[in-house]
Write a protein that binds this ligand. Sequence first.
Ligand code: ADP
Length: 464
Amino acid sequence: MPRLTIGWKLTLWYGAILGISLVVLGAFVFFSLSRSRLAEIDRALEEELAEIELEVRSATSSESRAHALEKYFGEHEFYSIQVSKPDGAILFTSRNVGAEPFPVPRLAADAAEESTDDVLHGGDSPYRMSSRIAESLDGPVIVQAADSLIPYYHERNRLLTVLVAAAPIVIVVAMAGGYWLSRRALAPVDRLTQAALRISASQLDQRVLIPHEKDELARLAAAFNAMLERLETSFTEMRRFTADAAHELRTPLAVLRSETEVALRSPRSPQEYRNVLASQLEEIDRITRLADQLLFLSREDAETTSTSLSPTDVDGMLAAVAEQLEPAAAARMLSLELDDIPSCRVGVDPDRLRRLFVNLLDNAIKYTDEGGTVRVAGDRNNGTVELRVTDNGRGINQHHLPYIFDRFYRADPARRETEGSGLGLAICQAIVSRHHGAIRVDSTLGKGTTVLVSLPAFDSCATD
Ligand code: ADP
């Protein structure tokens, strides 16, 4: 079955609802008009009966009664009149009753109301007949007036024909109007679709036109543009990231290659080969570290690895990390100090948190000149635990600070030998946001740097 467009669906729904409404409305009009027309006929018959009754009552003899009835009702233009005894003996019929009289109903002598029936008379013609008891000089008589129902049925049929013929015309005209309206209303959607189809991954800077009316479609177009903007940003970031990663990998590979080429050019002593291999090992370490960092970041981006946060004592963990990095600090003649840290249980992923502090301490050690101090301190503050890694090293220029967490961003890229790849702080930020915490860097050039990490405390921390 072919798929219907929204325009057709709306039109069909519209037509169906209109059709049902018209049928209900038509039935209501038909039945209420029929009923009120019948009530009109009954009222006229009732008035006629009252007139006959008056003549019958006021007659002083059966002759004068017959005379009066004949005079006033014998040639009646509209109604068929009949007067009879309750036992069925006919006293009077108007000329239009014909040879066969109307059936005489059995009415109780004291019946106050007239009775009304539909009867067939004179060759199965339908009649509306009203009968009533009237007092007369020789006891009660039954007076009857009847009206042909043929005009009434004709009227009803005419009304039915008009309703049945008009309804489909109204529905078709309304559906055509509905279809036209829906096409008009949905035309901007078509334009949006065409515009969206034209935009490919290489043209993410394009935007769709936002309609002037501030309606749902304008909101859809604006939302679509906002999505394009986000896509463009992440595409650009991804491209830059890939290019940066390739560039970072190329440098150590180029070093490896040139060292190998030089070593192969002429025969060397075992010691010289050892030196080359040791230098190559360094480059391989650098590549391995970079690959590990890239893998970690891409897993964090894709959130492929799950985080199970378990309550961990941060003070114990920090002490262990400080101990691990003590030799590196000592090698650079730095003093690594660990302040009293409140014994706090924080919901963490221990491996990630360890990596975070190793990165921070590693940076502090790397960027602090010999004889400097690196200090780790902690506080608790309204349900969070705040940890600080402070050094009195070279500091960071203010204009670098906003970008310090960007991937591959290095404040001083010229010093490749001492510095890392520029991924360390990006990894720290990814880890902290996994823990629903925050990370901030305060730094003064030439004076030192403080990195502040706040993490939500798992439970209340002990005061020391
Ligand atoms: P890297 O791997 O190069 O250390 P990071 O992302 O860890 O990369 O840091 C980004 C840049 O921020 C570094 O290149 C360095 O210039 C600066 N930086 C980070 N930590 C410190 C610090 N403690 N003192 C001075 N500069 C720092």
